[in-house]
Design a protein around this ligand. Structure first.
Ligand SMILES: [Zn+2]
Length: 728
């Protein structure tokens, strides 16, 4: 089974680009192989320029008053941005020099340049803000300019004051005189330049077509150097920036774009002819351990511990990837060397840190031993990171504040890579970069040896104030970094609960019987769902394995699935009573047991939330078959609270009443209100507050319990007020 995985837009600044959009039922992603093994149409390195599409783009934007050159700038920027071998997660930008009119009707020279936070693959004209060119050109006379000053000047010269920040490479675009300029961090260019003899190799491959710029951190100094090199080589079609990427120039959008494709193709052809295929010949055997068996342990090790009292651990969401290429990279005897050298292009350091942690290969028979060895590997990583910070902070007069010490990528030979992020989108972006790293490093090693920028340069990029500001973004929501699984996730209360948790920032896994309802809920909530029958041990294990494969673990479980059976106790058949106990009691136990098992592997606490029922404390006539197992479930809430408080796992429940759902259907509402001789509205709002209680009220109450860090063993009533059913 395959399903769409989509994500709501969460504001442009925090939205990384290019994450694969499809996952299969196991949670594993189908990711195209990289270099030299084009598997999908969009992955083929060829010009995708189409006269018809170009004309349509001009017409479409023309109707909105957008000039032709900007329309075409959008068109080819999208072509570049939709090829992951050219552009990934902000690793590129484009510009066009043009003229427009300001508010007084005066003609001004402007540079339309990619704005920060926009995805090149889906860019719109608003993502290429206009900056007045004159003042930018004037800056070239300066000897130096701080990053903050540079950003300020760029912002001050925007025609639209509300536009996003122009790219940090804006000055380079402004100072190189060509009309259309395209910039990518193409994998193939990185393979050639991330080698000890990268410069000579580039001269050989590109000849005079690309002029060579040595590595300099992006900003004013790099723009100055690029200007100087471009002026010295007026015939060049572009620049290759060592250990960084490629710029191509053109008089037209098509020319700059097609030069990029052509030149990157030259690099790819050279790599294909020169690489030894050493990695392809490695005999890889997968470990006997599945990713979901070790993901919670890794997730726990990567979390930054809280202080145990006031501060929560800082959790990450994980993304697992594997492929024959990844396994070969992880099996190679020199993994310990080439994996620790540094990043393949500087800006990766911001999302992946300068290097990953390498963990041992797990064996199912000794996961305890593996876990201990992994803990010591992560501890060493944290100490090495502190030492790295201490080595380089003095160059900045001690002005930098150390970031957390958690690795962002964990490499596990035999299993694959695990990347982390503060949400699933961030983890996906880090995983994309880690996969690119593996493709580029493998190819560079097959040609000669992988070489990165210096450690000092890596530090300067990782602690670059402009990039850190970008990542810091808005304040996190209260349940950001948390993963919640909801049983009965496709029902009315399950869906409303999912929405409430998502509003609070959590990642959501819907567990429910597979089929149309779950598909619809996934679609409606733009969420992931896993088929799970809570009356089966095996199915519960599989459902949670799906969640763990997708997000790396579990922090909150909402055990919500249930159904009502009725009958007088003297008459009810044993099978009915047993069926109700199976779903309304044993299923809660099964779900809680599996959740606790995963939470204890993580070691970062957790929250068990149960949908109990008013019937558990205020039984109704003929509701015994439903109320009795719910009474037992209320006992279960308290039992888990007693037994797992020391694990920082809290256990709480909700007593909800009279919610329109699968348990209280519209027909039942009609029948019951008629039986009492009241209107349906009066029946539904027959409580102290005098208002109908909604599924969303239950969802919010679950979120409130998840956030109540000092509350365990509690039952929260959500019934609009009913003293007869009050617990105390
Ligand atoms: Zn760049």
């Amino acid at each position: 089974m395959r399903f769409e995985y989509r994500r709501r837009r969460r504001g442009r600044e925090s939205r990384p680009s290019g994450c694969p959009e499809r996952v299969d039922a196991s949670g594993a992603r189908a990711y195209p192989l990289r270099l030299g093994a084009a598997h999908t149409e969009r992955d083929v390195m060829k010009s995708r320029w189409d006269d018809k599409h170009a004309t349509e783009t001009i017409e479409r934007y023309g109707e909105r008053g957008i000039a032709e050159d900007l329309a075409l700038r959008v068109y080819t920027t999208r072509l570049l941005g939709s090829n992951p071998r050219l552009v990934l997660h902000g690793g590129g930008n484009t510009s066009v020099k043009s003229r427009t009119r300001d508010v007084t009707g005066e003609e001004v020279d402007v540079l339309y340049v990619k704005g920060s936070g926009w995805d090149m693959g889906t860019i719109e004209p608003a993502g290429l803000p206009a900056v007045q060119l004159g003042p930018l050109l004037g800056l070239a006379a300066l000897e130096s300019l701080s990053d903050e000053e540079m950003v300020n000047v760029q912002r001050r010269n925007l025609l639209d004051a509300t536009a996003p920040n122009p790219s940090v490479e804006t000055l380079l675009h402004a100072w190189v005189p060509h009309r259309f300029i395209d910039h990518t961090h193409a994998d193939a260019a990185l393979v050639l330049t991330d080698q000890p003899d990268g410069e000579a190799l580039c001269r050989d491959v590109f000849g005079d077509r690309l002029a060579i710029v040595p590595y300099i951190m992006p900003g004013f100094a790099l723009a100055k150097k690029a200007k100087e090199v471009a002026e010295a080589h007026p015939e060049a079609e572009g620049l290759v920036l060592l250990k960084h990427g490629v710029f191509t120039f053109g008089d037209t959008a098509r020319e700059a774009y097609e030069r990029m494709i052509e030149l990157v193709t030259l690099a790819e052809e050279r790599i294909e002819s020169d690489r030894s295929r050493a990695f392809a010949s490695i005999d890889t055997t997968a470990a006997d351990t599945a990713p979901h068996e070790i993901a919670p342990i890794i997730r726990g090790l990567l979390a930054n511990p809280g202080d145990g009292a006031f501060e929560e651990p800082q959790r990450f969401v994980l993304e697992h990837r594997t492929s024959p290429e990844i396994l070969a990279y992880l099996t190679h005897p020199e993994l310990a060397r080439y994996s620790q050298v540094g990043t393949v292009t500087p800006d990766h350091a911001i999302r992946t840190k300068p290097w990953p942690v390498v963990l041992p290969t797990p064996t199912r028979d000794d996961l305890g031993g593996w876990s201990a060895a992994s803990r010591s590997a992560v501890d060493s990583y944290r100490r090495a990171y502190e030492a790295y910070f201490a080595r380089h902070n003095p160059r900045h007069d001690g002005a930098k504040r150390m970031l957390d010490t958690s690795p962002r990528v964990a490499l596990v030979p035999g299993v694959g890579l695990f990347a982390s992020g503060r949400d699933a989108t961030g983890a996906c972006a880090a995983a994309d970069l880690a996969e690119t790293t593996i493709a580029v490093v493998s190819a560079a090693e097959e040609m000669s040896r992988f070489e990165s920028i210096s450690e000092a340069d890596l530090f300067d990029i990782e602690y670059w104030s402009l990039e850190q500001a970008k990542l810091a973004g808005a304040r996190e929501r209260p349940l950001a970094r948390h993963v919640v699984a909801i049983t009965g996730g496709a029902g009315a209360i399950g869906r409303a609960t999912a929405l409430a948790f998502r509003e609070a920032g959590a990642e959501i896994a819907l567990l429910d019987l597979g089929g149309g309802d779950l598909d619809r809920a996934e679609h409606e909530l733009e969420s992931v769902g896993f088929a799970c029958d809570v009356t089966s041990d095996e199915s519960v294990r599989e459902g949670f394995a799906g969640d763990v494969s997708r997000f790396g673990g579990l922090d909150i479980v909402v055990s919500n699935a249930g159904a009502a059976w009725q009958g007088a106790m003297a008459d009810v058949a044993d099978e009915t009573l047993r069926a109700s106990f199976e779903l309304n009691f044993f299923a809660h136990q099964r779900v809680a047991r599996e959740a606790v098992r995963i939470m204890r592997l993580q070691g970062t606490g957790g929250s068990l939330l149960f949908n109990v029922s008013k019937q558990s404390v205020s039984p109704g006539r003929d509701f015994g078959p439903y109320g009795l197992p719910k009474t037992a479930a209320l006992g279960l809430v308290r039992q888990y609270a007693i037994e797992h408080g020391r694990d920082d796992i809290r256990s709480n429940g909700i007593n909800a009443d009279r919610i329109r759902s699968g348990v209280l259907t519209e027909e039942m509402v009609t029948a019951r209100s008629a039986a009492r001789g009241v209107s349906e509205d009066d029946y539904m709002s027959g409580n102290l507050l005098g208002r109908e209680v909604l599924a969303s009220d239950v969802g919010q109450a679950f979120v409130a319990l998840a956030l109540a860090r000092a509350t365990t063993g509690a039952i929260l009533t959500v019934d609009g007020g009913n003293i007869a059913a009050a617990l105390r």
